[in-house]
Design a protein around this ligand. Sequence first.
Ligand code: ASP
Ligand code: MG
Length: 405
Amino acid sequence: MALVVQKYGGTSVADIGKMENVARRVLKSKEAGNDIIVVLSAMAGETDRLIQLAHKAAEEPDEREYDALISTGEQLTVTLLSLILNRMGFRAKSLLGYQVKIVTDKSYTKARIFRIDTKRIDEELKKGTIVVVAGFQGVDKDGNITTLGRGGSDTSAVALAAAMKADVCEIYTDVDGVYTADPSICRKARRLNRISYDEMLELARAGAKVLQPRSVELAKKYEVPVYVRSSFTDEGGTLVTKEDVEMEKEVVCGVTYDRDQAKITVVRVPDRPGIAAGLFTPLAQHNIMVDMIIQNASLEGYTDLTFTVSRKEIKKAHELVEEVAREIGAARVEVDADVSKISIIGVGMISHSGVAAKMFSSLAKEGVNILMISTSEIKISCVIQAKYTELAVSALHDAFELDKG
Ligand code: ASP
Ligand code: MG
């Protein structure tokens, strides 16, 4: 007998029929003798709908009310699934974040989990109850409802698995695992049987949508085995786990893209200490995440600074940067929101040379110009013009022979 956390995403609970399908899956594992904690997202599209409503009600909605509102999508699904499980003759109970006590900090819309009380869930599991927990939400120490950021129910599931010392955390979604590239744009994409935490983390950070990056960080930290599976078939699945010898043999395990990128260049910045701090501090203060940063070699006391931010934040970022640029006497600010970031990822890169060169030359062969480059131990990213995204992904997939297992 094992303790299993099963998380189902929005497409798996999109209507009552799909929820009945989820119930059957849950019961299969229950009847095999496991204790089950189910974590649910909101119905597909529901969180977006709630966000739109919030913005209709107020231009800049108060964050406390906003989180209380957008967390309600999960209240719907956990109660409905519990009702369905009850109807099928099983003991099930829904628990919202504050009822479990998933305690978070106070940063609304991107709260981080401090701790999870295990008592209530433990008691229910002992009674044989299937516990159905609302993902994406928590409560701060003053009792305010918080949310964990878009896609946050993955993080809820892994955090619960860690806190409850579950044997496995199964993430059910509409794809049957983690692929070498997004199958919807790359015909030859192949499902991976296993992937290391580090690679998964970089894939998720670099734009792969299967798992929220924060959930992978937690899984790695607490060594929670995460199994990504489809809720519509029994086939396939990808295990996210500790690195092993087999994994190191492959140089690159996947190529991914992120269209949510915009590039800002501050032209002719006086090159003196404190300039970068002056530029990036206001962005940080406004919680704008800066991704890649490049500073050109300085020429006659001047330099250019280029960096990327999320496309959604380009307007605010531009305003802030214009202001600083004026103060420090930079020549001008240029903005390009028509870019995307392509990355290749693999733990094998550490011990292989020529990976970057191969990436650059395969892009060149397709006539794709590289606008920015950044590298880490197990990732190389290039910013390119957005219109070349699909072409670049497929070219790199071919170049690194990712279709061959
Ligand atoms: N419902 C939330 C969202 O759409 C959380 C999740 O799906 O993981 O972002
Ligand atoms: Mg998701």
